[in-house]
Write a protein that binds this ligand. Structure first.
Ligand code: F6P
Length: 345
């Protein structure tokens, strides 16, 4: 069997470790041939791929980014999974001699994997995204690294903020789900954490900042890029569209900090962490998780368990049917938010 590995969507630390795990198990143990498409679906459309064997994946686990490149190029023309578009994918696979896909990606990619499966195309998913918003897995690889970087940023912002008696506002990624903000906020002891799932009013946010000042401290506010004020829309201050044709987010911190300053009289500064949180070497946790999902994905291919995602459930990797999770977003539940909200201010 010849398996095509393909990465789609934003990069996420751990992707290299996942590829290595899949290749060491798939090629060395199960005797598959494996190839890696360059830059996601672009490589598939253009027939741009590399052979993956033990030598090709040597020493890549600690490396950030992904050796194959990734992109948001869609698998289907116009992004639509019409019957013709699905037949075209199957025909292209036959031309390239590919029997199955291993798709490394987040929500969009795993939804595609499910559509392919329904059309009779063999696909297995590996769960990557720094956002951790993929259903069917307790954690996605890349998330732990992003949280660690964001927590370090909080630690650093706190010392300069305290020195100047300023309110420091840190923006982290998370368009639809606030997992990075939530966990980094807990790790760094943020006084306020704002996430897309639970809008808050500017009055409430300022009350929290003032109560911190009344205790003689300076506030550290973490805000996820997808946060919107109560009753308002998400703030779009960046130009252009993202790879899915949606307005690019980012910049809420630059809106929030001046509002806090005007309303409380406390000097405030904004920091947008941006792609720093997606870069660099994966944490040991992400390397282990990614490697294990790669191994499990290769084993699933050997067993013919197509249409499944290698998800972490507790401390076990389980192959979860893609039909159970496709299109489902894993957001922060109310009890997890309440747990921290009660400590704000
Ligand atoms: O999906 C991962 C993610 O990092 C989101 O948190 C963020 O909104 C988006 O990608 C940024 O995309 P890009 O790298 O295209 O700017």
């Amino acid at each position: 069997m010849r398996i095509g590995v393909l990465c789609s969507g934003g990069d996420s630390p751990g992707m290299n470790a996942a590829i290595r795990g899949a290749v060491l198990r798939g090629v060395e143990v199960h005797g598959f041939e494996m190839v890696g498409f360059m830059d996601g679906w672009r490589g598939f459309h253009e027939g741009d791929f590399v052979e993956l064997d033990r030598l090709a994946v040597r020493g890549i686990s600690p490396l950030g980014g992904v050796m194959l490149g990734t992109s948001r190029v869609p698998p289907f023309p116009d992004g639509k999974a019409t019957p013709e578009a699905l037949r075209a994918v199957a025909a292209r696979m036959a031309e390239l001699g590919i029997d199955a896909f291993m798709l490394i990606g987040g929500n969009g990619t795993q939804t595609v994997a499910e559509l392919l499966t329904r059309a009779g195309i063999r696909a297995i998913g590996l769960p990557k995204t720094i956002d951790n918003d993929l259903a069917g897995t307790d954690y996605t690889f890349g998330f732990d690294t992003a949280v660690s970087i964001a927590a370090e940023a909080i630690d650093r912002l706190r010392t300069t903020g305290e020195s100047h008696r300023r309110c420091m506002v840190l923006e982290v990624m998370g368009r639809d789900a606030g997992w990075i903000a939530l966990n980094a906020g807990i790790a760094g002891g943020a006084q306020v954490t704002l996430i897309p799932e639970f809008p808050e009013s500017i009055e409430q946010i300022c009350d929290w900042v003032l109560s911190v000042r009344d205790r003689g401290r300076s506030s550290l506010v973490v805000v996820a890029e997808g946060f919107a004020f109560d009753g308002a829309d998400q703030v779009v201050v960046r130009e252009g569209l993202d790879g899915f044709g949606r307005p690019r987010l980012g910049g809420i911190a630059e809106v929030l900090a001046p509002l806090i300053e005007q309303r409380t009289g406390i000097e405030a500064r904004a920091t947008v962490l941006g792609h720093v949180q997606r870069g660099g070497s994966p944490t040991a946790f992400d390397r282990v998780l990614a490697t294990r999902t790669g191994i499990a994905g290769a084993n699933a291919a050997q067993e013919g368990a197509w249409g499944t995602l290698a998800g972490l459930r507790g401390d076990r990797i389980e192959m979860v049917p893609l039909s159970e999770i496709a299109g489902e977003l894993k957001t922060v539940p109310a009890d997890r938010y309440e747990e921290v909200r009660l400590t704000f201010g």
